[in-house]
Design a binder for this molecule. Structure first.
Ligand SMILES: NC(=O)c1ccc[n+]([C@@H]2O[C@H](COP(=O)([O-])OP(=O)(O)OC[C@H]3O[C@@H](n4cnc5c(N)ncnc54)[C@H](O)[C@@H]3O)[C@@H](O)[C@H]2O)c1
Length: 340
């Protein structure tokens, strides 16, 4: 497959004003939760944007509000196959991200991360584009140190049910740094900690969306294990801002850099906050713990603060309130559709 999009951009784009053309940005996985927010912000910043996606876990609905913008275009493609696109900036966000999604087809997940990295890096090598990788806190596995610094090499079970994702992302990081050392590709590797916000799927199986949907339906809030495991939750707008700063950082800044919110909450506390925010009658119940579930997750973001002058601004309650509003709207829409 070959596709070419002019990098000059268009000064009379429909929908959004162009302040200054910044060239074409390619977003692999642009129809997903994070990718769709990133496409939006890149357009606002003045880029032309290509969203490349195979729509396995992402949805056209996430980007349909961008479709009328002349600087936005969608290419349906699987990153496991090579691609050749003229671009100056690539974000590789293509991978299933929630445990039920990535465990549904473990071999496919591993290959998406490994072959997707190779094909993305080959494209960057040909075009000279800066290439930004969405890595993950899962590279730390079940960490033996907290908070997790980028220098920590992690504690990952390579043969467990989460390994297809964890080891896929670790291999992708290896490929990014080897392409940088061997071919001089200008890379950025960002390790994302649990991020939430509007456009997560109702049924994607992540803890924030699970609890909000259960609470809005007054159903039991299901905690796997004792609920004392901790997580850090970053609102999507903060995360996207971190990635934009990283992509614009000088070419000496390759990472890895942790991007997440250092506030640490037990899963039990998260359930209570969401129940309160939604005025729900839900009970909190416990189910057996899942295999290899990390006990602790909290980023050390000193590197992001120093090198990107970035830190999250949106408090958990405020971000959750916006997310609850979103899910409330989606559930109301679903109920209306079912009533017709
Ligand atoms: N959301 C988080 O908390 C979080 C945390 C750590 C890392 N990440 C990473 O960020 C990226 C985006 O995550 P998300 O939360 O938006 O998930 P998501 O599932 O909503 O988005 C992933 C997107 O990639 C697409 N995709 C998957 N496999 C593909 C393939 N083979 N070819 C082309 N497109 C493909 C999907 O259709 C979807 O649009 C992922 O790489 C994920 O690993 C996310």
């Amino acid at each position: 497959m070959r596709s070419f999009v002019p990098s000059e951009g268009y000064s009379e784009a429909k929908g959004m004003p162009v302040l200054r053309d910044l060239g074409t940005a390619l977003v692999n996985g642009g129809a997903g939760f994070l990718g769709s927010h990133l496409c939006e912000r890149l357009l606002l910043r003045g880029h032309s944007v290509i969203c490349l996606d195979n729509f396995s876990t992402g949805r056209r609905a996430n980007v349909e509000h961008l479709a009328s913008n002349a600087r936005f275009r969608i290419i349906e493609h699987d990153v496991r196959q090579p691609f050749d696109i003229e671009t100056s900036l690539i974000f590789n966000f293509a991978s299933p991200a929630s445990p039920p999604d990535y465990q549904r087809d473990p071999v496919g997940t591993l290959l998406t991360n490994v072959l997707g990295a190779v094909n993305t890096l080959d494209c960057a090598r040909k075009t000279g584009a800066i290439v930004v990788q969405s890595s993950t806190s899962e590279v730390y596995g079940d960490p033996t140190q907290s908070p997790q610094r980028e220098s920590y090499c992690g504690n990952v079970n390579p043969i467990g049910p989460r390994a297809c994702y964890d080891e896929g992302k670790r291999s992708a990081e290896t490929l990014f740094f080897d392409y940088h050392r061997t071919y001089g590709v200008d890379i950025r590797v960002g390790r994302i900690f649990n991020t939430y916000g509007p456009r997560m799927r109702l049924d994607d199986g992540r803890v924030v969306s699970n609890f909000i949907v259960q609470a809005l339906r007054n159903a039991d809030l299901t905690i796997y294990g004792d609920g004392q495991q901790t997580r850090s939750f970053c609102y999507v707008d903060d995360l996207v801002e971190g990635f934009l700063r990283f992509s614009a950082a000088g070419s000496a800044c390759h990472g890895p850099i942790n991007l997440g919110n250092p506030g640490e909450f037990t899963v039990r506390r998260l359930a209570e906050i969401i129940r309160d925010l939604t005025n729900s009658r839900s009970r909190i119940v416990h189910l057996p713990a899942v295999v290899d579930d990390p006990r602790q997750r909290r980023p050390d973001i000193s590197r992001a603060m120093t090198e990107l002058e970035w830190q999250p601004r949106i408090e958990l309650e405020a971000g959750l309130a916006r997310t609850v509003e979103y899910f409330d709207g989606v559930l109301a829409g679903t109920a209306r559709a079912e009533a017709v």
